[in-house]
Design a protein. Structure first.
Length: 211
């Protein structure tokens, strides 16, 4: 089974946010950027599933400016097998991102799409649900535990709710968004970081995907 993981480049969580003088948005020039922490958790879960023998390939995808390539290389250094960058210099609404992800899923045909439950920059918490709706796939959001049964083609997802835990059984293929309690992401080793620099990242453009 192939797993696709959507990752987003955001301002590093440790950076003190500054508003632009004209109040038009957040200052991003000369600011440290990194992979969205929830996306790191999604990627880590995909890698653990692969290491357990229940997946054959992990593909990382990102939509955004050229600098997203650096974030994808971090994903490759962590252990992703391939990376796809859909180049778009501006910002896109969650629905536009969901439409692009839908097209990528239809092209790559993964058995599971993993995303962080939200990005720490806009906290929209919409993309996973939207892409599941567009694909007409079952979805499990805010996952704190994921168990795959390849034989039955089912994913069991535990998610925290106000009253405790809720358990969902999803027929694969499915969309799962990850919560903080799911795992602790690994650090990329220096040898893997160096190897990732030479790996080819497939390029695309929104006009070739969104529809």
């Amino acid at each position: 089974m192939k797993i696709m993981v959507a990752i987003k480049r955001v301002i590093d969580y440790a950076v003190k946010i500054r508003v632009k003088p004209d109040k038009s948005g957040v200052e991003t020039s000369n600011v440290k950027m990194s992979m969205n922490p929830f996306c790191e958790i999604a990627l880590e879960e995909a890698l653990r599933i692969k290491e357990s023998g229940r997946a054959s390939e992990v593909v990382a995808v990102s939509v955004g400016p050229a600098q997203c390539v650096d974030t994808l290389r971090t994903g490759l250094a962590m252990g992703a097998d391939r990376a796809i960058h859909v180049d778009y210099p501006g910002s896109l609404y969650p629905l536009s991102i969901a439409k692009i992800l839908k097209a990528l899923v239809e092209a790559e045909k993964p058995g599971l799409l993993l995303l962080g439950k939200q990005a720490i920059d806009d906290d929209c918490n919409q993309t996973g649900q939207m892409v599941a709706g567009l694909l007409k796939w079952p979805q499990g959001t805010f996952a704190s535990k994921v168990v795959l049964d390849e034989e039955k083609q089912v994913a069991t997802v535990d998610r925290e709710v106000d009253g405790g835990l809720e358990t969902l059984c999803l027929d694969l293929p499915a969309v799962i968004t990850t919560d903080l309690r799911l795992n602790q992401p690994r650090y990329a080793t220096l040898p893997n970081i160096m190897k990732a620099k030479s790996k080819v990242i497939k390029k695309g453009h929104p006009t070739g995907f969104e529809r």
